[in-house]
Design a protein around this ligand. Structure first.
Ligand SMILES: Nc1ncnc2c1ncn2[C@@H]1O[C@H](COP(=O)(O)OP(=O)(O)OP(=O)(O)O)[C@@H](O)[C@H]1O
Ligand SMILES: [Mg+2]
Length: 364
């Protein structure tokens, strides 16, 4: 599902531009501060309605402009295109349009344009809080299991209600019962979806990592957020007094995590920076590959910001080869296009874009 057309207006320093990207590899080069990351950010906003650089969209809007807009045409598996657009003004009003209609939520965008981002912050997936790894995991589950989103919404609602009752203190246990029932039902469903997905992801991840790097003894395991031996209802019951004292729910899928270990030790504490980047790339590429395998031809778009950083020549090459082998659309930024010139097979459809002071020009 590649982007066949992309228009960007008033995003950071970028001059208004319309691009016709290659359905495969797109290389974006240019000096520091020219606007390469801003272009990837624009695509990210189109797929997720948020930036990867700041929690708010306000800083993304070009100085002296009132709003920014990104518009794209996404080729669909069944033929035809989906037209998606998003604009955001300084008053924080959003408009998301999909095929001429206002979209109800950002999950609709994500459905039309599944994105995977790899950037210099991605190592946080290993060393950051569990929330990052849950988001990673749930990206995959969301795209392959359509029952995940409603279950996740039910979980959020019941958790919020239970926590707000807990914070009131000295409450009747019966008041919690309906919310707990909902929490248990949706929580166990989410756990089952996550487990099933991981079972399929693990062998793909191992094979991708093997193609990319030589890291012995790396294991990926899943913690579901509560005791493996007991049901969630029983755990909520046994931890009730503690939950009441703390004012929130301790156990459940909201506490799930993925654990990456090397010979039993936390991967983030033993791997080098470059190795961490390779592991994160393998995790994300594995998700993309699995999506293409599971949902016929539902390919995601990869955004790889500053691909060469932290990687030696051999590993750059291995990463490019892998990205090429995916058959997905990829946008790669780098300061100097020559640093990747030897990485591509002669017959790979490659488009090159050069950015200077916010001007994007297609050079090949
Ligand atoms: N809201 C904004 N309006 C206009 N310009 C902005 C805005 N926010 C940031 N900039 C500028 O946009 C420019 C482009 O930044 P960007 O991060 O895209 O560069 P880059 O090409 O990725 O550089 P690097 O190689 O250093 O990563 C920077 O000079 C930055 O100061
Ligand atoms: Mg950059």
């Amino acid at each position: 599902m590649p982007l066949s057309r992309l228009s960007v207006t008033a995003v950071r320093n970028l001059h208004p531009v319309t691009l016709l990207p290659s359905p495969r590899i797109n290389l974006i080069s240019g000096p520091n501060g020219s606007g390469k990351t801003s272009l990837l950010e624009a695509i990210h906003i189109l797929g997720l309605a948020r930036s990867f650089r700041s929690t708010r969209l306000q800083p993304v809007i070009q100085y002296q402009q009132d709003s920014c807009t990104v518009f794209g045409e996404v080729s669909q598996v069944a033929g035809g295109v989906s037209k998606i657009g998003i604009s955001r003004n300084r008053q924080a009003d959003y408009e998301i349009r999909i095929n001429g209609q206002n979209a109800r939520g950002t999950s609709e965008l994500a459905d039309v344009l599944p994105l995977q981002l790899i950037n210099p912050d991605s190592f946080r997936l290993l060393e950051g809080a569990p929330k990052q790894r849950r988001q990673y995991l749930d990206w995959g589950v969301f795209h392959v299991e359509h029952r995940f989103l409603p279950a996740w919404q039910r979980l959020q609602k019941s958790l919020k209600q239970r926590n707000s009752l807990l914070r009131r203190g000295r409450i009747e246990r019966s008041l919690l019962a309906p919310w707990e029932a909902e929490l248990v039902a949706s929580g166990e469903q989410i756990d089952a979806f996550r487990q099933e997905y991981l079972q399929q992801l693990k062998p793909v991840f191992e094979s991708v990592l093997g193609e990319l790097a030589d890291i012995d003894g790396l294991t990926l395991s899943y913690f579901r957020g509560w005791d493996r031996e007991r049901g969630l209802a029983e755990v909520l019951d046994s931890q009730f007094d503690r939950d009441l004292a703390l004012g929130h729910t301790q156990a459940g899928p909201q506490r799930a995590d993925l654990r990456l270990r090397v010979n039993g030790m936390n991967a983030a504490e033993v791997l080098s920076r470059g190795q961490q980047k390779l592991v994160v790339c393998a995790m994300k590429i594995a998700q993309g590959r699995l999506l293409s395998l599971m949902e016929r031809q539902r390919d995601c778009v990869f955004l790889v910001d500053d691909l060469p950083s932290e990687l030696d020549r051999h590993h750059r090459q291995a990463l490019c080869r892998l990205l090429e082998s995916l058959d997905c659309q990829v946008f790669i930024s780098c300061v100097d296009a020559d640093s990747l010139s030897e990485c591509w097979q002669a017959d790979t459809p490659l488009s090159m874009f050069h950015v200077e002071h916010g001007h994007i020009v297609q050079t090949e």
